[in-house]
Ligand binder design. Structure first.
Ligand code: PLP
Length: 398
């Protein structure tokens, strides 16, 4: 039987091709292009000798199955040659907490970008603080200036590029250079761009994690996380995953794998539609500012252009000052933009947000009400018409 091509680790293939070919083993699957969904805990060993030697490709359900292996192979192929291993977690937040537990111990110091996902902060301020790890937050625009925040016990730096509410773009290569000179590990929450648009392991990041709940899954029907690590960091991540017993259910593993097969076409559309909607919104009289690093006017644009090959469909807008009831009228008037947390699925979403209540290293004062938009896969003219209705309701409610 013809195999689908090189094993997916080939770097001569483009990413779109690797997303389609990696992790496929039709001979093992009796010809089927996709692996089975292995619902399994027990793995049987054929002989006592095999049992004693743990001689088996798979040893126990928690440690993986052919379904998880297929997904790990796709993620490895997508991350590129720096990737030494991919861990699987039951949610994006579990991927972050597992990663942070992998690289810290009592008495360590951690540097965290002020724009990271709020529950990541809660984990640092809650669990890590209880276990004696101190966190210092830093300005996303700090760049090489992060050097002055390092202490002798600084073990790791966590960044998110861009932050998923305010969209500031930290300079990852500059931060990584300083961190590596001081022996610290660099962790990137790469959920916004995915490794398709941002090969963070190639840019000096040691551990790149995904809330695969978002674009990898892509259909708003799973909770899932992945942790990709380079050769330096993978042994720590792998050991912690084993010690904690972190794993995910087989149906979610399968749906994440299925999501990877269409990731490239979905993200290309989110990129196009997102930028078109961002430009359209930037020209609206009701909008003071659009926070999207793909726009030439954005302060993070130069970094985005240098380090990213595309943008996803998530960005924010700052409205000109209006009463809250006018913002609520807009939210109630739109119908294609659902009000809900999360993003990365096929559907458009909108939520109001406010970073001011939890930021500590920087002051967040956008100058007007802020909305985060996820541009889904609907037709952009329909989305514009929906927002037109929203803006009319906003005007009428002032
Ligand atoms: C949603 C999200 C997470 C957490 O993912 P869950 O799967 O919801 O736990 C982490 N980081 C970012 C940037 C996210 O948007």
């Amino acid at each position: 039987m013809k195999s689908p091509g090189p094993d997916g680790k080939s770097t001569s293939q483009q990413a779109e091709t690797r997303l389609v070919t990696a992790g496929r083993d039709p001979i093992a699957q009796k010809g089927f292009v996709n692996p089975a969904v292995f619902h399994g805990s027990t793995v049987l060993y054929p002989t006592a000798d095999d049992l004693h030697a743990h001689r088996s490709e798979f040893t126990y359900g928690r440690h993986g199955s052919p379904t998880t292996r297929a997904l790990q192979d796709v993620m490895m192929a997508l991350e590129g040659p720096q990737c030494a291993g991919v861990g699987i977690a039951p949610s994006g937040l579990a991927a972050i907490s597992t990663t942070l537990l992998s690289v810290t111990k009592a008495g360590d110091h951690l540097l965290v970008c002020d724009n990271v996902y709020r529950p990541s902060r809660n984990f640092c301020n809650g669990v890590l603080a209880r276990y004696g790890v101190e966190t210092t937050y830093f300005d996303p625009a700090i760049g090489a200036g992060i050097a002055r925040l390092f202490k002798p016990n600084t073990r790791a730096v966590l960044v998110e590029a861009p932050g998923s509410q305010s969209f500031e773009m930290p300079d990852i290569p500059a931060i990584a250079e300083v961190a590596h000179a001081r022996g610290a590990i660099v962790i990137d929450d790469n959920t916004w761009a995915t490794p398709l648009f941002h090969r963070s392991l190639d840019l000096g990041v040691d551990i790149s994690m995904q809330a695969a709940t978002k674009y990898i899954g892509g259909h708003s029907d799973i909770m899932f996380g992945t942790i990709s690590a380079n050769a330096k960091a993978w042994p720590m991540v792998q050991e912690t995953i084993r010690l904690l017993g972190v794993c995910a259910g087989p149906d979610d593993v399968y749906l994440a794998l299925r999501g990877t097969r269409t990731l490239a076409v979905r993200l290309a559309q989110h990129h196009r539609s997102g930028l078109e909607m961002a430009r359209w919104l930037a020209a609206r009289p009701e909008v003071a500012r659009v926070l999207h690093p793909g726009l030439e006017s954005d302060p993070g644009h130069a970094i985005w252009k240098r380090d990213f090959t595309g943008a996803s469909g998530l960005f924010s807008i700052v409205l000109k000052p209006v009463p809250q009831k006018a913002v609520d009228a807009l939210l109630d008037a739109v119908t294609l933009f659902g009000m809900g947390y999360s993003w990365g699925g096929f559907e458009s979403l909108v939520i109001p947000f406010d970073c001011d209540s939890y930021r500590t290293a920087t002051k967040w004062s956008p100058g007007g009400p802020t909305l985060r938009l996820h541009i889904g896969l609907e037709n952009v003219d329909d989305l514009k018409a929906d927002l037109d209705r929203g803006f009319a309701a906003l005007k009428a409610a002032q």
